[in-house]
Design a protein around this ligand. Sequence first.
Ligand code: HEM
Length: 405
Amino acid sequence: SHVLINFDDPAFHENPELIFQKLRNTAPIQKIILDDGFPVWLISKFNDAIEVLRDHRFIKSPNSLRTSDTDPLKGKTNRASPAYILRRFHMLANDPPNHTRLRIFAQKAFTPKLITAMRPRIQQITNELIDKIQTDKKCDFIDDFAYQLPIIVIAELLGLPVEDREKLRNWSDVLIEVQVTEKNKQSIEESADAFINYLSNVFALRRKNPGNDLISAFLRLELAEDHLTENELYATIFLLIIAGHETTVNLISNGMHSLLSHPKQLNLLKNNPDLIHSAVEEMLRYNGPVINSTMRLAAEDILINGIKIKKGEGVLVIFLSANQDEAKFDDSLRFDITRQNNKHLAFGYGIHFCIGAPLARLECEIAIKTILERLPNIKFNPDADSLEWRASNIIRGLKKFPVVF
Ligand code: HEM
């Protein structure tokens, strides 16, 4: 059938709601062929998304499917290369029982208690960021605020020097967005190698001199029975850095964009700050930062809603579309910060459900609440060019977001 969706097309990102709606109504489970010839099914309806995400026959690790692993990062020998380690040795790239072991390990240290304890510090960082922009009366909401907060928070949580965040950013940029080819393989491996070296130095320091940061907690757990290998630890920390990198910034900025685009909802929240919790859930549902799930592969032929997905084919769940499904949410294209029973998929579903969700919610809650308290007149900068959305197939976010206050 005719392919409705082109994630590379900037025009698509200007107004994805209508295209998603058409997709749900005409081709809710649609096969596309990627540039490299790989067949992938796009899942755009809420109920189908749940069915896929809870089905353990959709797997993450290609190792169990392919006879020869074609990943160029793996190399010819059995030894995993640095980039292969960072990309494949963490929970999001693995299936049970490995996934379970990796995830339980991380959750032992990344506890709700640890996150709640961050509240005063997140508030303080938020205030300091607002102090810096307040007198200028204008700023770029992303560069000067929303981008800063999550990076400082994750660096402090892990116990990494905040001054290193530019370095961390460059490494993770190279390591996530980039598709590996023979040409760029070298530089990707160099970045991965530098990142692993950096972490191994941090480990050495923390082993001698532990603190109450996450890396020290991970290293203490090394003594436990189900400990991770050193390589799995590198990959886990890498995942925590990148997973918190591009997502929370866009939750905060897309959320602020939704408020500024809906003045009645904005006023409602200003007059009723206690609505912040349901407002954050609605920001996640209405225009959350993650467009698509990561790729799953069918481990056997699987029937979803009468459509046969063949063994070895890929599946992507479009979270953004599932969250706008009129069959699941009343008046689904409406932004309503009082919405109840808002069981959206913005953090995924099933065994890979986001472990950073409590942290992301807390950061967004504090960020939006404090901005509205301290900069209550915030609005779109009327002198700026029209806003542009990034043409990414993973992240939903603005390129720039000029505001005045
Ligand atoms: C997984 C969204 C912030 C750590 C996921 C998944 C989604 C998601 C949709 C599942 C992907 C899939 O199934 O293919 C978000 C959003 C965030 C956010 C919308 C912010 C608004 C964070 C933060 C951290 C984090 C701050 C940690 C510091 C993780 C990890 C996984 C994950 C470790 C993998 C879980 C597993 O495989 O079991 N996230 N995330 N995320 N997220 Fe987040």
